[in-house]
Design a protein around this ligand. Structure first.
Ligand code: SME
Length: 167
C-alpha cells in the first residue's frame, strides 16, 4: 500500500525532493514503462498543490498522442507546433506559461486551467513527448517547480526507453 510519510509537515522544497525520491524508487523497482509513467503522473498529482491536470503526451506518427495522466479527460492528439505542448516539442524547450489565456494557440482541455508548465522529454537528442501540468491558479509554476520537474524528467529518461513508447 502506498503511504505518504509526513508530507503535510514538509516544506515545499522537501516535498519536491520527496517526489523525485518516490519516482526513483518506482523506476528502480518496476520495468514496465506504462506502469512507471502511470505512477509518475500519480506521484506529481499527490505532491503538487493547486494543479488540475498532470500527465504525458507522446510522439506517434509525427503528432502528440495522450498518455498516462491524472485529471479530466483531455484532447487526444496535438500537432507539433500547436498549443503549449506542441510548441515545447517544436522548439525543444520548456514552457512555463503564467497565464494560458495570453498564450497564442493555447489548447484548453479543462477550462479551469490558468497556468501551465510543459517539459519536453528528450532522449539522445530526439523529442519523444512532453510532461504537462496545468493549474487553476495564475503563475502557479516558478523556477523552483521547473528545477525539480527537470530532475523528474531526467529520471524518466534514465530509466525508460522512450523510443519504444513512441512507436
Ligand atoms: N493546454 C495544452 C493542451 C493539453 S491539456 O492542457 C491537458 C496545450 O496548450 O498544449
Amino acid at each position: 500500500m502506498f503511504k505518504l510519510n509526513g508530507i503535510e509537515k514538509m516544506t515545499i522544497e522537501q516535498k519536491y525532493r520527496y517526489m523525485n525520491n518516490l519516482l526513483q524508487s518506482q523506476l528502480s523497482s518496476e520495468k514496465d514503462a506504462l506502469a512507471n509513467l502511470s505512477n509518475a503522473s500519480a506521484i506529481i498529482n499527490v505532491i503538487f498543490h493547486d494543479i488540475n491536470w498532470a500527465g504525458f503526451y507522446f510522439m506517434r506518427n509525427e503528432e502528440l498522442v495522450l498518455g498516462p495522466f491524472q485529471g479530466l479527460p483531455a484532447c487526444n492528439r496535438i500537432k507539433v507546433g500547436n498549443g503549449v505542448c506542441g510548441s515545447a516539442v517544436a522548439n525543444k524547450k520548456i514552457y512555463r506559461v503564467e497565464n494560458v489565456h495570453e498564450f497564442p494557440g493555447h489548447i484548453a482541455c479543462d477550462c479551469a486551467s490558468k497556468s501551465e508548465i510543459v517539459i519536453p522529454i528528450i532522449q539522445n537528442d530526439v523529442v519523444y513527448g512532453v510532461l504537462d501540468i496545468d493549474s487553476p491558479k495564475l503563475s502557479r509554476f516558478t523556477e523552483l517547480e521547473e528545477k525539480y520537474l527537470i530532475k523528474f524528467v531526467e529520471l524518466l529518461v534514465e530509466y525508460i526507453d522512450f523510443k519504444e513508447i513512441s512507436k
